[in-house]
Design a protein around this ligand. Structure first.
Ligand code: SPD
Length: 422
């Protein structure tokens, strides 16, 4: 060959969309394509973009293989570049065509570094000793939650722990390096082993510590079990009902997130698999002390949990002194939605009965997360709050985020959040 390297630019058409959206499958195919051609794999770095698309590169001792996919078009663009004569890039081409189940592919080959053009070997490197080097393949595979203008990535171990496409959503679990096992729904982070305690403690204990006798509690959503784990800590509880629409979330969490899904066998838990909106609609008036809405973001199956009709129904099933607590998204990330949500709560519960509090959750967009506290009766979140009782509870249960000081401080809102609410 009269050149330093061979570079083939490849198009694959009519591939299976699912395959082109599977970051780990693509990484595996690209690494195996390189190995099939006897290349030495040094490193692989792959990112998934939600909702669709994967980019990645496999660095080989003989150069690289790179890809970007458009699953929505069944199309992948691949570059295969090999130096020397040992590795045949067309072997990689054929391997990947099969792996992506492409209808057809097309490619053009360029010879890189024509010997006539580049001239003689630089005397500086001539005669250098060749030391044999052995490479350890290091992997770099990423999950990315991407919206129009921002992206949040977590590097993971590159193995599918759980993946199911249900009638409601895509349920996945990744093992990430910095946040432990992470549950995602439709490509959005729902909970991670490392920071879940912030969300679940704040979602539950602020209301439970304020209500003097929370005997019947309803959780809508929350299939990972984190909210249930916190609620069953209360000895005065008679029953907690968890209504989760998608049993795959429970299955995945029980299998892979046992520290979160820790209380599914608790005798006070009644588990309902079904639509939370329907469950609330069919529940009798004044049947719960506390209703907790542990929802996804307002897209997909969670959308109906952000409507006035739903909140009116929740208010109806609350006892006269009952509380509704919801996760109410990020004032930084979705300010318009956040503002509209609080208007909605106020329309239903009355302006003086709606409060917002904050917590800091690194894996949720912007890190600043909000919760609403809506009261049907007189239980104000701060006036009459028993800090001693709360401190004892915190200590007894070894809570890691919620405590009496946080309970009070969480209701102190930055000016821009106050503005959004008013
Ligand atoms: N953007 C993420 C918001 C997720 C809120 N709910 C998570 C459920 C965890 N139990």
């Amino acid at each position: 060959m009269n050149a330093l390297g061979r570079h083939i630019l490849v198009e694959y058409y009519g591939c299976e969309g699912e395959l082109l959206n599977d970051v780990m499958g693509i990484e595996e195919a690209m690494v195996n394509a390189a190995k099939a051609a006897d290349a030495t794999v040094i490193n692989s770095t792959f990112h998934h973009f939600s909702p669709f698309g994967v980019s990645g590169v496999v660095v080989i001792q003989e150069s690289h293989l790179a890809i970007h996919t458009w699953p929505e078009y069944g199309y992948a663009a691949v570059d295969i570049f090999t130096c020397g004569t040992e590795v045949d890039p067309w072997i990689c081409y054929k391997y990947l065509e099969k792996a992506f189940r492409a209808d057809h592919g097309s490619a053009m080959e360029l010879l890189r570094g024509h010997k006539e053009t580049i001239g003689e070997v630089n005397p500086f490197v001539k005669g250098g000793e060749e030391t044999p080097v052995t490479f350890q393949h290091s992997r770099d595979v990423w999950f990315t939650e991407r919206t129009e203008n921002t992206a949040f990535s977590l590097r993971h171990k590159g193995k599918k722990l759980y993946r199911k496409v249900t009638p409601f959503q895509k349920v996945e679990i990744y093992d990430t390096f910095s946040y432990g096992k992470t549950l995602t729904l439709d490509g959005m982070v729902m909970t991670t082993e490392k920071d879940e305690f912030v969300y679940h403690e704040m979602l539950t204990h602020v209301g439970m510590q304020t209500h003097p006798h929370p005997k019947r509690v309803l959780i809508i959503g929350g299939g990972d079990g984190g909210a249930v784990r916190e609620i069953v800590r209360y000895p005065e509880l008679d029953e907690v009902v968890l209504c989760e629409i998608d049993d795959a979330v429970i299955e995945a969490s029980k299998e892979h997130l046992p520290s979160i899904a820790a209380s599914f066998d608790h005798p006070k838990l009644t588990l309902k698999i079904g639509d939370g909106i329907e469950y609330v609609r069919q529940s009798p008036d004044e049947s719960f002390d506390v209703v907790i809405v542990d929802s996804t973001d307002p897209v997909g199956p969670g959308e109906g949990l952000f409507t006035e009709d739903f909140y009116r129904d929740v208010k109806r099933i609350l006892k006269a002194d009952g509380l509704m607590i919801t996760q109410s998204e990020s004032p930084t990330f979705v300010p318009e939605l956040f503002g509209a949500l609080y208007q909605c709560y106020k329309t239903v519960f009355g302006a003086a009965s709606v409060f917002c509090y904050l917590a800091f959750i690194p894996t949720y967009p912007s890190g600043m997360w909000s919760f609403s506290y809506c009261k049907k009766g007189d239980y104000h979140p701060l006036e009459g709050f028993d800090a001693t009782k709360s401190a004892t509870f915190t200590q007894e249960h070894g809570l890691k985020y919620y405590n009496a000081g946080i309970h009070t401080a969480a209701f102190a809102l930055p000016g821009f959040v106050q503005d959004l609410i008013q």
